[in-house]
Design a binder for this molecule. Structure first.
Ligand SMILES: *[C@@H]1O[C@H](CO)[C@@H](O)[C@H](O)[C@H]1NC(C)=O
Ligand SMILES: *[C@@H]1O[C@H](CO)[C@@H](O)[C@H](O)[C@H]1NC(C)=O
Ligand SMILES: *[C@@H]1O[C@H](CO)[C@@H](O)[C@H](O)[C@H]1NC(C)=O
Ligand SMILES: *[C@@H]1O[C@H](CO)[C@@H](O)[C@H](O)[C@H]1NC(C)=O
Ligand SMILES: *[C@@H]1O[C@H](CO)[C@@H](O)[C@H](O)[C@H]1NC(C)=O
Ligand SMILES: *[C@@H]1O[C@H](CO)[C@@H](O)[C@H](O)[C@H]1NC(C)=O
Length: 308
């Protein structure tokens, strides 16, 4: 006969016993348990306090969007703010940038070389004198159409005309692009530069004025037979694309594809190295305007900015 005391205890009996043992054990460890529970609580409290302190700091007038009294009502806006305050102002209808594109520095602009087989590029001596034009390449199915489009790439109005300067200053109200913080002049690319002068313009930003110099750069457009010719030329102009490690930068290239008087279908190349570099905020990525606009050939070449 089996002795009942030697029978194995059921699962529930075992669990029950274990639980009781643990309760007694934990009761003796009150201090450790208290610390165990209070650490996460303390952390939560710390986070809440930190949040309150930071919110309180950011809410100070120094960082809040600037306001002023106009005809008895309070009006707030970026135009009444310092540059510290400007970042917290809402901008309900941001104006679009004039399209800006990176322009190679004069000593890096494309010129004739042994490894680029096109004789219509400017001679290499222009690199020494800093007088190289910025080169744009054009291709497409219809030579005549492509060239007539390219002829209108660069604006011809004289550089000191209020048009261009006005459009710079008007369009840039309260927005910044890295082009305006580079310390280098903004180039307006034109078929011929009438003067080598550099004009200062003032751009309103928040409650202050930024000074930006505007200069003329001569633009040159050249026809290429195919997009693969263009790819080849762009690649060879890259420092690592040729055995002599020379830089021959092309500013942009257009493939007019099957475009004609009724159909606008153009693809383009441009250097997007600094695409994400928007200076400091509040800002708009000026280059993103390039992809979305159907009126590109008119807009794109208006203003270029240099990369030293
Ligand atoms: C303020 O009031 C004057 C006169 O009523 C008016 O001429 C002016 O345009 C107003 N200014 C603004 C910013 O509304
Ligand atoms: C090329 O373009 C020109 C000018 O737009 C046009 O007159 C001509 O018919 C076009 N040629 C072809 C083959 O489409
Ligand atoms: C481009 O095409 C023209 C006419 O078909 C030809 O004369 C010229 O040699 C070609 N250029 C190149 C670089 O292939
Ligand atoms: C694009 O711009 C960067 C920075 O200026 C330059 O280093 C690079 O060579 C350019 N790329 C081409 C293909 O010209
Ligand atoms: C634009 O050109 C591309 C490439 O040649 C072609 O696939 C596409 O159908 C063209 N679009 C129009 C609307 O002509
Ligand atoms: C630029 O921004 C896009 C989208 O914001 C991102 O996907 C991409 O990785 C960024 N490129 C660089 C070089 O930072």
């Amino acid at each position: 006969m089996a002795n009942p005391s030697q029978r194995r205890a059921s699962f529930w009996t075992q669990a029950n016993a274990l639980l009781r043992k643990n309760i007694i054990y934990q009761r003796r460890n009150k201090r450790a348990n208290f610390i165990l529970i209070s650490v996460p609580l303390l952390l939560c409290i710390l986070l809440v306090v930190l949040q309150m302190v930071i919110n309180n700091e950011l809410n100070k007038a120094k960082y809040r969007c600037g306001c002023t009294q106009v005809n008895g009502t309070t009006v707030c806006g970026i135009q009444y703010s310092t540059s510290d305050q400007a970042t917290s102002c809402p901008i309900p209808n941001p104006p679009k940038w004039p399209a800006l594109i990176q322009v190679p520095a004069p000593q890096y602009r494309a010129s004739r070389t042994d490894f680029i087989p096109f004789s219509d590029l400017p001679s290499e001596s222009c690199k020494q004198t800093g007088s190289c034009p910025v080169t744009t390449l054009v291709t497409g199915n219809n030579h005549t159409f492509g060239l007539s489009l390219a002829q209108n790439l660069f604006p011809t109005s004289p550089l000191n005309s209020p048009d261009i300067l006005g459009s710079v200053a008007d369009n840039l109200v309260n927005f910044l692009d890295s082009a305006f913080s580079s310390g280098l002049p903004l180039y307006v690319v034109q078929p011929r530069c009438l003067s080598s002068m550099v004009f200062p313009v003032s751009i309103p930003f928040a409650s202050s004025m930024l000074r930006q110099e505007v200069a003329c750069a001569q633009g040159l457009y050249l026809w290429r037979n195919s997009s693969s010719d263009i790819n080849d030329e762009l690649y060879k102009g890259y420092r690592k694309g040729n055995p002599e490690r020379m830089i021959n930068e092309i500013v942009a290239a257009y493939d007019c594809l099957n475009s004609n008087m009724n159909n606008f279908n153009v693809s383009l190349w441009y250097n997007a190295t600094f695409k994400n570099d928007t200076g400091f905020c509040p800002c708009i990525d000026s280059h993103s305007a390039i992809g979305e606009s159907g009126i590109l050939p008119k807009l794109l070449p208006l203003l270029f900015f240099p990369i030293g």
